[in-house]
Design a protein around this ligand. Structure first.
Ligand code: SF4
Length: 394
């Protein structure tokens, strides 16, 4: 039943907060049917009932079926996005379209289980003996990297399994010098797998690229000196593709996804913080801490300890459920960690994090008591940069 003169039903609390956060509609038996997030929970939730309801048919049906709501305020947009992703993953609400595109990560797969492995771009790693690189956020860039690696190392690009047949003819790829043709036995298993290992090494370590480049330069010069013009031209073309591959260094390095972080976000109150531990790109359970409470340093130490533990246990492949939170954190870090701090746990430990947070707690205490801040000691900017544990402070 609706309140008098208001289209908002009685089961929507009158004192709904205007804070940012996540809301969750339930049906008559309490099953979550839709999860969303907003910077203003009160305005967003009540907005579903004004103007004759949502224009979108799907959302209109959701509103007709809804009989209850839960709200979870969050201190920051990042926390709200993680909470929303977590609830969608946990409850699989029927009206959340995002479920259909749950995995937005892409991987380069090298299937060592096949005798003549191919490099492929896939969205769901399944093959247990395959090596996976990623996740990458889009398909286009890893696909371009795969094409370049195939051309540079003359790997096969054909689909399906290969059974070498010396009576057969290779395809055009061999004709244009972009495949060594294992399909007709022009290279054997060992040589072909060594070619693939070179590709894996380039994917693993972008610093290996100059080593390959130098080797190709020597081979080009040697071919040219011996009068092998065509061969020298072939090496030169491969050098050009290597230079192109170098422009994908940022994609290959995946600077955030493989790293561990302790993210500190503002909490609901001035003296509260939310910790988001990230172990090798996997986002772990969030923890709340309050400067007022005792034992907040233990909360930090425990969070860092859990990251270390999970780093040891991390499987080589991201599970589908890991992807969305990881990509949310990745885009937040890439955008400059707005509104929070991100401690790079490869470069720091719990003690340094605590040292930094103690200073912040002290600053807050002085602010609240109206006392002046201590002057910052003069620092050598270069030395500070080298040792800074905090990657970003908004
Ligand atoms: S030459 Fe043979 S192995 Fe290479 S891409 Fe063509 S069919 Fe595949």
């Amino acid at each position: 039943m609706s309140r008098r003169n208001s289209p908002v039903p009685d089961w929507i609390p009158r004192d709904l907060t205007a804070a940012p956060g996540v809301y969750q509609f339930h049906d008559a038996v309490g099953t979550p049917i839709y999860v969303g997030k907003s910077v203003n929970l009160r305005r967003r939730v009540r907005g579903y009932f004004y103007g004759g309801g949502p224009k979108d048919e799907r959302m209109a049906l959701m509103v007709r079926l809804a009989r209850g709501i839960e709200v979870h305020p969050a201190g920051t947009d990042l926390e709200a996005r993680l909470e929303e992703a977590d609830r969608i993953e946990r409850f699989r609400p029927a009206f959340n379209k995002a479920l259909k595109n749950r995995s937005k990560g892409w991987f380069i797969e090298v299937d060592w289980g096949a005798p003549f492995p191919r490099l492929r771009v896939i969205s769901r790693p399944r093959r247990p003996r395959a090596r996976h690189f990623g996740p990458y956020r889009g398909r286009r860039q890893p696909a371009e990297v795969v094409v370049l690696l195939e051309k540079i190392l003359r790997l096969r690009s054909c689909a399906g399994a290969i059974r070498p047949d010396v009576e057969a003819s290779p395809c055009l790829q061999h004709g244009i010098d972009q495949c060594t043709a294992p399909c007709v036995g022009l290279v054997g298993l060992d040589v072909y797998r060594a070619q693939v290992r070179e590709a894996v090494r380039l994917l693993e370590d972008p610093a290996y690229l100059p080593v390959v480049y130098e080797r190709f330069v020597r081979r080009r010069d040697h071919a040219a000196a011996a009068g092998g013009t065509d061969e020298a031209i072939s090496w030169q073309r491969r050098l050009g593709w290597l230079e192109e591959l170098d422009s994908y260094r940022y994609v290959l390095e995946k600077p955030w996804v493989d790293r561990s972080w302790l993210i500190v976000l503002p909490g609901p109150a001035e003296t509260e913080r939310v910790l988001v531990p990230v172990a090798r790109g996997r986002v772990l359970e969030r923890r709340a801490l309050s400067w007022n409470g005792s034992g907040w340093s233990k909360v930090v130490e425990d969070a860092v300890y859990e990251v270390r533990l999970r780093e040891l246990q991390a499987e080589s492949v991201f599970q589908p459920a890991d992807l969305t939170p990881s990509l949310i954190v990745t885009s937040w870090l890439e955008a400059g960690a707005e509104g929070g701090m991100a401690f790079d746990l490869e470069r720091t430990d719990a003690d340094l994090v605590l040292e930094h947070l103690v200073k912040e707690a002290e600053r807050l205490r002085k602010e609240s008591e109206g006392l002046p801040h201590d002057a910052e000691p003069e620092r050598d900017p270069l030395a500070a940069e080298e040792s800074a544990p905090v990657q970003f402070v908004a």
